[in-house]
Design a protein around this ligand. Structure first.
Ligand code: GLC
Length: 550
C-alpha cells in the first residue's frame, strides 16, 4: 500500500464556475457574481468542497477575462469588490472554499504596465515585457502563438516586436525581470490576505522563455512555447515567497507535459504547486480512444502516485463538453454522463466538475460564425478565410472543438433563455434546454444531478476513493469497451466496472473473485444482479458499477 500524505484538498471535489454563463442577476445577458451567490445552494447541494472561479479581474474581456488590465479590481460585468467579498463569505458560510483563476503569463495590452512599456524604448517598464528587434525585416523568429499566426507583433511607434503566446492583445510578461516577479507576488499575497483559498494558475508552463528565441523546425507544433528552462525556478520562488505562508491550494494549467515533466510541478518534495492539469487527454486526444485513455491513466498513476497530485477532468471552459466529445449525447446521454462521472470520481486524482456537467449538458453547433464568440475560433476562422478557404467548410471544421461548446449558458429551467437571463444572453443558449435543465433534474431521483450527489457522498464517506491504490485488471487492459479497475486501501477493496460503449456486453468474472462477495455500492442502471450468480456481469450500454469486494 502506498503511503499518501493526507491533506484537505486531496479529499475535495472541485466545481468550476464560468461565471458569465452561470446565472445573470440583473438582466444584462451576462452572468455575474451576484447571480452566483444566488445559486450557491445548487453547488453546495452537490456536496462539492471547492469552487474554481474563472477570471473576474478588470479586463477588456477580449479573451473572456484572460486578458487582465487590473489585477486588483473586479470587472464591472461581474460585479464589484464588495460582491466578491460577499461571495467569498457566502462560500465559506456553506463550508466550501474558493480558488481564483489567475493569469500571470501575460496581461492585457491595456494593462498600465504594458501601456508604459510600449510608450518608449527607455521607459522603466520596457523590460517588463519581451521586446526584440526585427530579424531580416520580419519577426524575431517563426513561432506561432495559440491564437495568432505569429507570436510577435510589431509596435510601429518604437519599431520593435513584442511577444504574445496568445492573442496580439495579450502580451507576455518578462519573468526574467525580478521587478515583474515581485509585483506579481505582492499582488498574489494581497488576494490571499483577502481570504481566498488558492489559485488556478493559468498557462503556467509558459512562464519561462528560451535564450535567443531560435526558429522552430515545425512552427505549427507550438510545444516550444511551454516548459522552457528556468520555469521551475520561478515556481519554487513563487511558492517560497507566496504560497508557503498560507494554507491554500494551487493548481497549475500545464500544456504538453508528460508524467515525468508533470512531477516537477507537483512533486511533494519540490515546493512548487499542489495539483496539476495535464492535457494529454483534453488537448491531445480529439475523440474517445479507450486504449489510449487507459495508457495515459496508467502512466500518470505510475509517475505521480504517492509523490504528487493529479486532477481528473474531461473538459473545462476550453473544450467541448465531455458527454458530447467523449461519451454519447444521443440516446444514452444520461447513462453516459453518469458513467463519465463515475470514472472521473473513482480514478486516482482530484475530480473537477465543470458547470452543467452535473445535468449532462452537451455541446452545440451554431449555424453561423456570427453566433460564436471564442477568440481562438474566430481568429482561426479569419486566418483560413484569408487563405481562400470555403467559409461553410471552415466553419464546420472548427465547430466540433470550438471553446464555445462549453460556454453556452447554464440551463436552469425550460423558460425563455433557459432561465439564465431575463435579457439577451451574451452567447446563445443551447436549443436543447427544454429537455436538459436543472429544474428537471431536481424533480427526478434518477437524474444525472442526483447521481452526482450520491457519487460525491460516497467519496466523502470512503477514503478508499481518495487514498486507495489503483490497479487495472489486466484481462481488460486491451479491451476497447470495458474499463475495469480496483481501488484498495487497508483491507478495503472497491471494484469499478465501466462499459463505455453503445453495446451491451457480458463480462466474465475472473477466478480470483470466486468465494468473495460483491456488494453493489452505486450504479447507473436499475436491473443489477442479472448473471452475477452465473459468474458474469451483464452490462448495458454505458453501464457503470461500483462494488465493494469482500
Ligand atoms: C488558458 C485558459 C484559456 C485562455 C488562455 C490564455 O488556457 O484556460 O481560456 O484563453 O489560457 O490566457
Amino acid at each position: 500500500m502506498t503511503e499518501i500524505k493526507r491533506t484537505w484538498w486531496k479529499e475535495a471535489v472541485v466545481y468550476q464556475i464560468y461565471w458569465r454563463s452561470f446565472y445573470d442577476s440583473d438582466g444584462d445577458g451576462c452572468g455575474d457574481l451576484e447571480g452566483l451567490i444566488q445559486k450557491l445552494d445548487h453547488i453546495a447541494g452537490l456536496g462539492v468542497d471547492v469552487i474554481w472561479l474563472n477570471p473576474v479581474y478588470e479586463s477588456p474581456d477580449l479573451d473572456n477575462g484572460y486578458d487582465i488590465s487590473d489585477y486588483e479590481a473586479v470587472m464591472p460585468k461581474a460585479g464589484t469588490m464588495e460582491t466578491l467579498d460577499r461571495l467569498l463569505a457566502e462560500v465559506h458560510r456553506r463550508g466550501m472554499k474558493l480558488i481564483m483563476d489567475l493569469v500571470v503569463n501575460h496581461t492585457s495590452d491595456r494593462h498600465p504596465w504594458f501601456v508604459e512599456s510600449r510608450s518608449s524604448r527607455d521607459n522603466p517598464k520596457r523590460d517588463w515585457y519581451i521586446w526584440l528587434d526585427a530579424k531580416a525585416g520580419g519577426p524575431p523568429n517563426n513561432w506561432r502563438s495559440y491564437f495568432a499566426p505569429s507570436a510577435w507583433e510589431l509596435d510601429a511607434a518604437t519599431d520593435q516586436y513584442y511577444f504574445h503566446s496568445f492573442a496580439v492583445e495579450q502580451p507576455d510578461l518578462n519573468w526574467r525581470n525580478p521587478e515583474v516577479r515581485e509585483a506579481v507576488y505582492g499582488m498574489m499575497k494581497r488576494w490571499l490576505d483577502r481570504g481566498i483559498d488558492g489559485f488556478r494558475l493559468d498557462a503556467i508552463a509558459l512562464l519561462a522563455k528560451p535564450d535567443g528565441y531560435p526558429d522552430a523546425e515545425k512552427p505549427e507544433d507550438i510545444r516550444y512555447l511551454t516548459n522552457n528552462p528556468g520555469l521551475h525556478d520561478y515556481l519554487r520562488e513563487m511558492n517560497e515567497r507566496v504560497f508557503s505562508g498560507y494554507d491554500v491550494v494551487t493548481v497549475g494549467e500545464a500544456a504538453y507535459v508528460t508524467p515525468e515533466e508533470g512531477l516537477k510541478f507537483v512533486g511533494e518534495d519540490r515546493g512548487e504547486l499542489d495539483m496539476l492539469f495535464h492535457f494529454e487527454i483534453c488537448d491531445e486526444m480529439p475523440a474517445w480512444d479507450m486504449l489510449r485513455f487507459k495508457r495515459i491513466q496508467r502512466a500518470w498513476y505510475e509517475g505521480l502516485w504517492g509523490k504528487g497530485s493529479n486532477s481528473q477532468f474531461l473538459n473545462n471552459h476550453d473544450h467541448t463538453r465531455q458527454v458530447t466529445r467523449y461519451g454519447n449525447d444521443g440516446p444514452y446521454r444520461v447513462q453516459s454522463a453518469k458513467l463519465l462521472a463515475t470514472m472521473l470520481h473513482t480514478l486516482p486524482g482530484i475530480p473537477y466538475i465543470y458547470q452543467g456537467e452535473e445535468i449532462g449538458m452537451t455541446g452545440v453547433r451554431f449555424p453561423s460564425i456570427e453566433d460564436y464568440d471564442d477568440i481562438a475560433m474566430k481568429n482561426r476562422y479569419a486566418e483560413e478565410i484569408a487563405k481562400g478557404r470555403d467559409p461553410a467548410e471552415t466553419l464546420s471544421g472548427l465547430q466540433a472543438l470550438s471553446r464555445d461548446n462549453s460556454r453556452t449558458p447554464m440551463q436552469w429551467d425550460d423558460s425563455s433563455e433557459a432561465g439564465f437571463t431575463t435579457g439577451k444572453p451574451w452567447i446563445k443558449v443551447n436549443p436543447n434546454y427544454r429537455e436538459i435543465n436543472v429544474a428537471k433534474d431536481l424533480a427526478d431521483l434518477d437524474s444525472v444531478y442526483a447521481y452526482y450527489q450520491r457519487l460525491i457522498a460516497l467519496r466523502k464517506e470512503n477514503e478508499v476513493m481518495v487514498y486507495g491504490d489503483f490497479e487495472e485488471w489486466p484481462e481488460w487492459e486491451e479491451d476497447a469497451r470495458l474499463y475495469v479497475y480496483t481501488r484498495k486501501l487497508g483491507g478495503v477493496c472497491w471494484l469499478i466496472v465501466l462499459n463505455h460503449s453503445d453495446e451491451a456486453t457480458d463480462m466474465a468474472l475472473p477466478a480470483r473473485l470466486s468465494g468473495r462477495t460483491m456488494r453493489m455500492l452505486l450504479g447507473n442502471e436499475s436491473n443489477v444482479g442479472v448473471g452475477e450468480t452465473e459468474g458474469y456481469l451483464r452490462l448495458k450500454p454505458h453501464e457503470a458499477r461500483i462494488f465493494e469486494v469482500k
